[in-house]
Each structure stands twice: as C-alpha cells, then as structure tokens.
Design a protein. Structure first.
Length: 69
C-alpha cells in the first residue's frame, strides 16, 4: 500500500508539473527501472543489515517506478 500511495502521489505531481516530470521524474524512473532488484538490496543490507526492513525497502524502491508511470 505504501508504494501505491507514494507512486500515485508522485505520478499526480508529475502530471500537473510537466517541467518537473521531464527534468527530474522521468530520468529518475528510467534509471531506477534499469537497475536490477539485487542492486537495490545491497545498499539496504549495508544500511539495515539482513532484516525484513531492508527487504521491504528494496522491494518498495523496485515497485514504485511502475506505479508512477
């Protein structure tokens, strides 16, 4: 639910601000969607250790870009 709400809000913000969408949101989403899932997990493991928190954050980062688009 958190990724859906976050993605929806960022998507609405990008819709109402085309300049912000073109210069920030689209390039960030393009970059995030080309990175594999395990590449998100490695920094989370370093920051939070091997815990459910790191897995949830990595999954959230991976799941948000499709919702924004």
């Amino acid at each position: 639910p958190f990724c859906v709400v976050t993605g929806l809000l960022i998507g609405i913000w990008g819709y109402f601000s085309p300049r912000f969408n073109r210069w920030f949101i689209s390039p960030a989403l393009d970059l995030m969607q080309t990175i594999p899932t395990f590449a998100y997990l490695i920094p989370m493991l370093l920051l939070f250790g091997a815990s459910p928190v790191s897995a949830l954050l990595a999954t959230g980062l991976f799941a948000t870009p499709p919702m924004v688009r």
